[in-house]
Write a new protein. Structure first.
Ligand code: NDP
Length: 430
């Protein structure tokens, strides 16, 4: 059992005390804790084998957001991110919601979609009929191309067809697009599906009489959705300047604004992705894939909109909800050999892909809450600039103890910028 009291006042501890607290609280093994002493370095050999023309490794700060209660389980959530405030904002939202049940989640069956895009089909309606009749043969051919996923209990199980008619005005030709639905189990499944899609191309071409343009996974993972919900009494939202009801109502208004105005929606969703990307990166997952799918999902109505919904519950509580496609993996890609990814999974108790989805979507909802609560009350700059002052101090050349001294002076100065940081540092060093 995790002993979360070791994690209290975490941010006030030194780095080594934080690592020790994670070990004491039972979320990190002694052995893994040692990996932090060399900053989770990726070995030169591994790095060289991961990409082409490799020169060095590029590092990001790796930390944990605390206080998360997700489906009645406590988590210290790993985050890899360069932006100040994100870890603090996630932790503070999680702390606020924890006494009220934290976050509850639901996930759909993890089904990924692959596509074969067909062109030059002599008779599309006829081709649709032939392909539909051959569904079992197509599925068999796909599964034969990756039998190990079938042995594990997954694999392809359904096809569907999308006929896109020629649009003379837009200058686009006719396409017939075959979708293959695949259960990739604990993997994100890009390589599994790409193998299957390329393997079925000859069969699908023969059956349709058309030509395949490509066969590949779709990152629009509409069959792999994760939802988080949370609720909190308005009394818990009061600040010195605002009543709880006012804060609740302003958060609900902010949510509406992000539904109707795409300029606001993009920034609103960027705030959600601050948390999601940080965990996706820390856990060794493909954040471009997640981002592409999430933003497409935000546009599913035809207009780009907020991904979260904040409303006033029947009893007056503030109620939040976030649903996104989350085709992440608990295995595959670099997860098994990247030292940061391995520790991130360990910190979370080596969760299944399904549980990892629940954790990530909850972090997104928490992150969004913190951002909009700050925006509709104090504004985000007060908290942000306090942390930003440390980055400015470092940019100005401050080292060691100088960083905190310069950053504290910057917090009190009227113009918090690089020039001021340099002036403070120079006068301090004289
Ligand atoms: P992998 O190619 O690493 O495949 C995952 C492997 O994990 C499977 O082949 C399987 O091995 C093994 N495995 C072990 N246990 C399980 C289990 N319980 N469930 C499922 N698989 C298991 O990874 P993915 O196919 O997930 O592809 C992800 C990678 O593809 C990412 O690195 C991504 O960046 C990249 N990619 C992304 C694209 C995109 O998003 N459009 C396109 C191309 C690549 P076994 O064979 O033994 O069953």
């Amino acid at each position: 059992d995790k002993e979360t009291h070791y994690l209290s006042k975490f941010y006030q501890k030194s780095k080594s005390e934080r690592i020790e607290a994670l070990v004491k609280s039972g979320v990190l093994s002694e052995e893994s804790a040692k990996a932090f002493t060399d900053d989770l370095q990726l070995s030169a050999e591994i790095a060289d084998s991961m990409i082409e023309n490799q020169l060095a490794t590029y590092q990001l700060p790796f930390g944990v957001a605390l206080n998360f209660l997700i489906d009645d389980e406590a988590y210290a959530v790993p985050m890899a991110i360069e932006e100040p405030s994100v870890v603090a904002a996630a932790s503070s939202a999680a702390k606020l919601f924890a006494p009220y049940g934290g976050f509850k989640t639901a996930t759909t069956t993890r089904t990924m979609i692959g596509q074969v895009i067909l062109t030059d089909i002599p008779d599309c309606l006829q081709a649709i009929k032939v392909l539909e009749d051959a569904e079992a043969t197509i599925i068999q051919a796909a599964n034969d191309a990756h039998p190990s996923i079938v042995r594990r209990g997954g694999g392809a199980d359904v096809i569907s067809l999308n006929h896109i008619k020629e649009d003379i005005a837009a200058g686009t030709p006719e396409f017939l697009i075959l979708h293959l639905y695949v259960k990739t189990l604990e993997a994100m499944g890009a390589n599994i599906i790409n193998t299957m899609m390329e393997a079925i191309i000859p069969l699908v071409e023969e059956l349709s009489g058309g030509k395949a343009l490509m066969g590949i996974l779709s990152n629009y993972a509409t069959e792999c959705l994760a939802t988080a919900t949370c609720r909190i009494p308005s009394t818990a939202l009061a600040t010195n300047d605002w009543s709880g009801e006012e804060v609740r109502d302003r958060i609900v208004l902010a949510s509406h604004a992000a539904v109707v105005d795409p300029y606001r929606a993009v920034t609103h969703n960027k705030g959600i992705m601050n948390g999601i990307d940080a965990v996706v990166i820390a856990t060794g997952n493909d954040w471009r894939a997640i981002s592409a799918g999430v933003h497409a999902y935000a546009s599913r109505s035809g207009q780009y909109r907020s991904l979260t919904n904040w409303s006033k519950g029947e009893n007056g509580d503030l109620v939040g909800e976030l649903t996104i496609p989350l085709p992440i993996g608990a295995v595959g890609g670099s997860i098994s050999f990247h030292p940061g990814a391995k520790i991130a999974h360990e910190l979370l108790g080596n969760p299944s892909a399904d549980t990892l989805e629940s954790i990530i979507v909850s972090v997104g909802l928490a992150q969004n809450f913190s951002a909009i609560r700050a925006l509709v009350t104090d504004g985000i700059q007060r908290g942000h600039m306090a942390l930003h002052s440390r980055s400015l101090a470092i940019s100005a050349g401050a080292q060691g103890d100088e960083i905190m001294i310069v950053s504290e002076k910057l917090n009190q100065s009227k113009n918090m910028n690089l020039a001021t940081a340099k002036e403070i540092l120079e006068s301090f060093r004289q």
